[in-house]
Design a protein around this ligand. Structure first.
Ligand SMILES: *[C@@H]1O[C@H](CO)[C@@H](O)[C@H](O)[C@H]1NC(C)=O
Ligand SMILES: *[C@@H]1O[C@H](CO)[C@@H](O)[C@H](O)[C@H]1NC(C)=O
Ligand SMILES: [Cu+2]
Length: 244
């Protein structure tokens, strides 16, 4: 009986997993960093990524776990950070990503000390990259996520070369809006130690909190793309991109 129930639960998990996902690994300067293995116990896992537990989306823009997904915990002795020079390219690899409608956004946050001990909902996040509606109209056009899918379910981002050194999070977020009833947020965070001689830091309106940055009334969040054929503009939520 127990085995049958466990198998059923596993099958259900696999079905759900097929429809959603997250960042499974990173490639930075030729080195591969494996992500956290969702659906597995954190015990014994070693990763630069914070814990995230399922491929399911968060659907509330004010979800308390919006910063680094559920549950966003550090991995204790298994928590690593990748040391990378400012200006490096970070490639994030998703599972075979199933959604093509919605923006891709990449954020960072300065931990002002050790990221391992940071509370991610208290950090001030800044956006370093975004891609929304690239061409065409809302329901049928090419979106950032369509490009991501076409590029082997990966996304390449350059860390601003002028960014001051220190410990930072990098937060990749897909906002899938292919369902007309609710947005789907897929954030994953990884810990970086940025090196270099830069001195730049974003301030003011570039900095936001998660939750806090988004609301259902944002034009790009509470949106039904299918009700707006022919509309060719899309407002990506969150702050302007900080160029460094
Ligand atoms: C495609 O992505 C996988 C990881 O999901 C990676 O191992 C592989 O090298 C990528 N292929 C190319 C051509 O970049
Ligand atoms: C498109 O632009 C109009 C006019 O600025 C704006 O009111 C509307 O919210 C925008 N649509 C989206 C989906 O961002
Ligand atoms: Cu999905």
């Amino acid at each position: 009986m127990f085995a049958a129930a466990a198998l059923a639960a596993l099958a259900l998990g696999a079905t759900q997993a097929a429809a959603h996902g997250g960042v499974l690994s990173y490639s930075i300067n030729g080195q591969t960093y494996e992500g956290f293995k969702a659906y597995n116990s954190p015990t014994g896992q070693t990763s630069i990524q914070r814990e995230w537990d399922t491929y399911n989306p968060l659907t509330d823009p004010t979800d308390s776990f919006l910063s680094c997904n559920t549950n966003g915990a550090n991995l204790g002795s298994g928590q690593l950070s990748a040391t990378v020079p400012a200006g490096s390219e970070v490639v994030a690899y998703w599972n075979q990503w199933p959604h093509t409608i919605g923006p891709v956004m990449v954020y960072m946050a300065n931990c002002n000390g050790a990221c391992t001990s940071a509370t991610t909902s208290a950090l001030e996040w800044f956006k370093i990259d975004e891609a929304g509606l690239i061409s065409g109209d809302l329901p049928t056009g090419l979106w950032g996520q369509g490009e991501l899918v076409a590029d082997n379910s990966s996304w390449t981002t350059t860390i601003p070369a002028s960014l001051a050194p220190g410990e930072y999070f990098i937060r990749h977020e897909l906002l899938a809006i292919h369902t007309s009833d609710q947005p789907q947020f897929y954030p994953e965070c990884a810990q970086l130690i940025i090196t270099g001689s830069g001195t730049a830091q974003p301030s003011g309106s570039y900095l936001v909190k998660f939750p806090g940055a988004y609301s259902m009334s944002d034009p790009g969040v509470g949106i039904d793309v299918y009700s707006q054929p022919g509309v060719t503009n899309y407002t990506i939520p969150g702050p302007a991109v900080w160029q460094g």
